[in-house]
Structures are given as structure tokens and as C-alpha cells.
Design a binder for this molecule. Structure first.
Ligand SMILES: *Cc1c(COP(=O)(O)O)cnc(C)c1O
Length: 388
């Protein structure tokens, strides 16, 4: 086993930490000098416009979180009490919690082994089951996990066949592409997150994008307490306080300037891990599907349980003893206590791809600000543990 030799002295290496560009302060300063220290303001308007342009969407609404974006998207699509929503099972819970906010019932769809995202075959099975039961879902939430696009074409084809709209959760995939077009712009509505650990950050925030300007207008209305057009405060619908502050948006504008560099940096981190560890028997990495460019938000390594005795949890503990943060792959939603009893569909009877990914995957430090020296430290510990 690895000894705790360096544990106390060394600087902690994080999974994915904020990486400032230096441009942020300009925008924040301007907000201060013009006294726009408020929710909404010129930075918010500009950030929306700049992000929509970058991804190639007609418009965008800046929000307090990505979760808020998914919530407003589902609300726009009419998800109400007892409505069904099909969701990727292999994801972070923020993709699904908003279904519960609306009182709906999530139904989970397994992953595809080649890209780890929603399996079109499993989705088809879920639709057939829904038709047989006489009730279609109100929406499908498709996730682009770890910065890689889902196979959107077949997924969209199936959803259109049944007339069901798609929310694309691209929280982890800003800057990634599918067939040359940006992730997050394939669904009817798309969502990005600017949480501190994402590819760019506003310290906390999100963005809803769409070509449907009516949907964006409605989302903007709900996100500002659903205030009717009147001089006094008048409300006819339930609203939320979901808008982004003008300070946060200033950070976002400074971050968006360097998004392409950040994607390149994370892809370099991935390639270097693959170079330095790929020769070890039983180690592999999340595949990159040929249909697009992943942002490699996180590098995920897979340990073949038939070939190596070390489990992801052993490795995580060893890395932790060297002050290095790592995590298991996302625990699938159909395995969460919160979703006990929810329906779950796999492509093949009795074979759950996401269960296997959860049991064998480990997320390595992947920040765009990770230095080669730091990465070498991570690699060294992994080599020691793997080579006994
Ligand atoms: C981070 C994340 C979200 C939610 O974003 P917040 O801004 O933290 O609310 C949603 N889905 C996925 C897959 C995420 O990783």
C-alpha cells in the first residue's frame, strides 16, 4: 500500500476548481462603478447575448443555477403532478430533482457503452411501454455527461416520432460539440451550469438556451417572480427568484472569453492521463464517440474488475492520503434511495451499463488549471497502487 509520506505538506489537488482568466475584474469593476450591484443589469444582458452567440442559439436566459434552468424548461413543457418524464439515469441528481419540484415521476433510461449517455434502444423500449400503458411522458431530459454529447440524432428521432420534447442537460458540456454543432443546442431547450466546478464558472449560475423565443420569454417571466405588466406588483402565476446577479454575469463574461482555451486544456489533461497510464493492464478511459468533440470536463478512468484487484474506492482512498481529490463515477439515479420504485429501462434485459460504470469508474483531477507537476503526482500514486 501507499504510505502517507507526503500527506500533510503537499498542496491539495482538486477534481475541478475555478480557473479565472483575469478578464473578470474589468466587468465586475464596471458593475461597481455604475452601481449595478443588483440582480439583472448590463452584464446579464451581455452575458446572455454572448453565450447565445457562442453556442449558436437564438437566445438565452441567465439564471441562478443550472438546476433552475432545468426546472423552468420542464415547467414550460407543461410537466405537472403525476406526469412522467424520461431521464438519463447516469447523471448528477440536479438533472432529475426539478421533475420532483413539479410533482412529476421520473422514469430512468440506461446508458450506451460507447458514449455513456442515454441509450436510444433503451429509450425506444421505454416509449413502447408508455404507449402500452396509454400515457406518454411530457418530456425527455437527455444529459451530455462529463462533457460528451449524447447520440442526439437517434434520440431526437425517437422523441419526435412520439411528439415528445427534449430538454438537453449540457451542464457539463459547454464547449463540446455533436456533429459540428454545440452541445446544449440540440434539444428544444438546453441548459448550462456555471457552478464553481464546471468548465467555466460565475461562482454559481446557469443558462437556459433555445431557438424558441416564446419559451425564453416565459422562463424570464417566471424567473423574476412572474410579475404581470402593471405599475403595481401584480401576480397571476407562481414565480421564482431564479435570475442571475449582474456581478455573477460579469464573472461569466470574463470566463466565456477563454472557453475554447479551457476546453483545449481539459482535453490535454485527458490525453496526458491516457499517455501516462494507458499501458497499465486493466485501465481504460471514457471513450470519445466519433460523432463529436468532448470537452473532457472530467477525465474518467475505468478499472476492469476482472483484471485488477484494486477497486475505485481503494484508489480514491490512496489518492486522498496524498491530498488528491478524486470521486467515483456518478451513482445512477435508479440506484438512489430517493427514486426507489421508479421504472428503469435498459437496452438488454438484465444488463445495466450504468451500474457497471458506477462500480468501475473513477473521476480524476481534471481542472484546466491542473499543472503537469500536479498531474504527475496523481499519476505516480495511481501507478504505485496499481502496480502493488
Ligand atoms: C452541475 C450539474 C447540473 C446543475 O447545475 P447547478 O448549476 O449546480 O444547479 C445539472 N446537471 C448536471 C449533469 C450537472 O453536472
Amino acid at each position: 500500500m501507499v504510505k502517507k509520506r507526503m500527506a500533510v505538506k503537499t498542496k491539495r489537488i482538486y477534481l475541478s476548481s475555478p480557473h479565472l482568466s483575469g478578464y473578470e475584474e474589468e466587468y465586475i469593476k464596471e458593475a461597481f462603478t455604475t452601481n449595478w450591484v443588483a440582480p439583472l443589469g448590463p452584464n446579464v444582458d451581455a452575458f446572455e447575448k454572448e453565450l447565445a452567440e457562442y453556442v449558436g442559439a437564438k437566445g438565452a436566459v441567465a439564471l441562478s443555477s443550472g438546476t433552475a434552468g432545468i426546472h423552468l424548461a420542464l415547467r414550460y413543457l407543461g410537466v405537472e403532478r403525476e406526469d412522467m418524464v424520461f431521464c438519463s439515469t447516469f447523471t448528477f441528481i440536479a438533472s432529475v430533482n426539478p421533475v420532483l419540484y413539479q410533482g412529476g415521476n421520473p422514469v430512468f433510461i440506461d446508458s450506451e457503452p460507447t458514449n455513456w449517455n442515454m441509450s436510444p434502444e433503451a429509450l425506444r423500449k421505454a416509449f413502447k411501454w408508455a404507449v402500452k400503458n396509454g400515457k406518454l411522458p411530457k418530456a425527455v431530459v437527455v444529459v451530455d455527461l462529463y462533457g460528451q454529447s449524447a447520440d442526439m440524432k437517434p434520440i431526437l428521432e425517437i422523441c419526435r416520432e412520439y411528439g415528445v420534447p427534449v430538454v438537453e442537460d449540457a451542464a457539463e458540456a459547454l464547449g463540446a460539440t455533436y456533429k459540428g454543432k454545440k452541445c446544449g443546442t440540440w434539444g428544444d431547450l438546453g441548459v448550462y451550469s456555471f457552478n464553481g466546478n464546471k468548465i467555466i464558472t460565475t461562482s454559481g449560475g446557469g443558462m437556459l438556451v433555445s431557438d424558441n423565443e416564446k419559451a425564453l420569454e416565459k422562463a424570464r417571466f417566471w424567473a423574476t417572480q412572474a410579475r404581470d405588466r402593471a405599475v403595481w406588483y401584480q401576480h397571476s402565476e407562481v414565480g421564482f427568484n431564479y435570475r442571475m446577479s449582474n456581478i455573477s454575469a460579469g464573472i461569466g463574461r470574463g470566463q466565456l472569453k477563454v472557453i475554447e482555451d479551457r476546453v483545449e486544456a481539459r482535453r490535454r489533461v485527458f490525453a496526458r492521463y491516457q499517455d501516462l497510464l494507458g499501458d497499465i493492464e486493466g485501465i481504460s478511459f471514457m471513450p470519445e464517440a466519433g460523432y463529436g468533440r468532448s470537452s473532457r470536463w472530467l477525465t474518467v478512468m475505468v478499472l476492469d474488475r476482472d483484471k485488477v484487484k484494486v477497486s475505485p474506492l481503494d484508489l480514491i482512498a490512496a489518492l486522498e492520503s496524498y491530498n488528491i481529490e478524486s470521486r467515483p463515477a456518478w451513482k445512477p439515479m435508479h440506484l438512489q434511495p430517493l427514486f426507489k420504485g421508479c421504472s428503469y429501462f435498459t437496452a438488454e434485459e438484465g444488463i445495466s451499463v450504468s451500474d457497471e460504470l458506477f462500480a468501475s469508474g473513477i473521476c480524476l483531477p481534471s481542472g484546466s488549471n491542473l499543472t503537469e507537476e500536479e498531474q504527475d503526482r496523481v499519476v505516480e500514486v495511481i501507478r504505485k497502487v496499481m502496480e502493488g
